[in-house]
Design a protein around this ligand. Structure first.
Ligand code: GLU
Length: 294
């Protein structure tokens, strides 16, 4: 497939990132995606940022964040900024960056693009059934989407979910650097998504956009399981008045039965491979072959 790579080989503006979530041990699928992110940052003579996406206090563990760094070093990846080496955009742990997320949340709420939501899952399911909507998060009926005049926004409170008011029928299109042109329809593929969770934690969709903007990321390399998130995130970039970066979604690594590898399914971790004497150079060779075939 002929692709139009925006970054020329001698450009020095490329800024990529590795953004693991330390909620489990990383597996070979993560290794491949992160290797590709690293490789592209080198291919385009740019820099790479390591960001520890440890926002969820119940699922994320400090020892897993440390292991993720060790796994990446074992793979012989290097980065220019990160939690272990610092850099101009520190801190590189999301759990220490709440002030950035709060100010973007406030900005979005003040422009009327968010609404507080206290609907229960039961109410939501009943609504979906009644309206034949079978997406996880529908576009809410207008009476469930209070307008800004009817609520005060100070700081996000625990117990209230903040959702993004998605424009119904809006087609979100982007040219993926790996997969070509992608198109998603708001209200069909996704609905009013959460930007701030009920437990007071910023949602992934908001945090990742705020960080990628603040850290000057020019290309996001990640697994194709996040394509729908990309469509949602493009709406957030627009709402925050910023151009989105380029995206490169990597095909997922699957097991012999065609299932994608998963942290929760006990896929063999990089750490286990390391302990059993695997050769990182052989992995790199295999990843190079895969990357060249994309
Ligand atoms: N932290 C996310 C994950 O591990 C990836 C985020 C991203 O690449 O945008 O699934």
């Amino acid at each position: 497939m002929a692709r139009d790579f925006r970054f020329s080989a001698d450009a020095d503006v490329y800024r990529g990132r590795l953004a693991p979530t330390p909620s489990g041990l990383l597996h070979a699928g993560h290794a491949r995606t992160f290797w590709i992110a690293w490789h592209r940052s080198r291919q385009f003579k740019g820099s790479l940022i390591f960001r520890n996406e440890d926002l969820d206090p119940l699922r994320c563990k400090a020892n897993l964040a440390k292991t993720a760094l060790e796994d990446m070093r074992w793979l012989d990846l290097s980065w220019e900024e990160g939690p272990d080496i610092g850099g101009p955009h520190a801190p590189y742990d999301q759990s220490a960056r709440t002030k950035f997320y709060q100010s973007s949340l406030k900005r979005l709420a003040e422009t009327g693009l968010l609404f507080p939501c206290a609907r229960s899952r039961k109410e939501l399911n009943a609504y979906r059934e009644l309206n034949g909507q079978n997406i996880g998060e529908p576009i809410y009926p207008e009476e469930w989407r209070p307008r800004r005049q009817s609520f005060q926004f100070e700081t996000p409170e625990v117990g209230v979910v903040w959702r993004f008011r998605v424009p119904s029928g809006r087609v979100v299109t982007f040219v993926d650097q790996c997969l070509g042109e992608m198109s998603f329809v708001a209200g069909e593929d996704f609905g009013d998504f959460v930007v701030w969770r009920r437990d007071g934690v910023p949602a992934y969709e908001l945090a990742v956009v705020v960080d990628d903007i603040e850290m000057g990321i020019t290309e996001v390399v990640r697994g194709e399981d996040l394509l729908l998130s990309t469509a949602r995130q493009i709406l957030l970039y627009e709402a925050l008045g910023c151009y989105p970066p380029e995206f490169f979604h990597c095909p997922l690594l699957r097991d012999g039965d065609g299932n994608k590898l998963s942290k929760s399914l006990d896929s063999i971790s990089i750490t286990d491979h390391r302990a059993s004497g695997a050769d990182p150079a052989a992995w790199a060779k295999d990843f190079t072959r895969v990357y060249n075939s994309l």
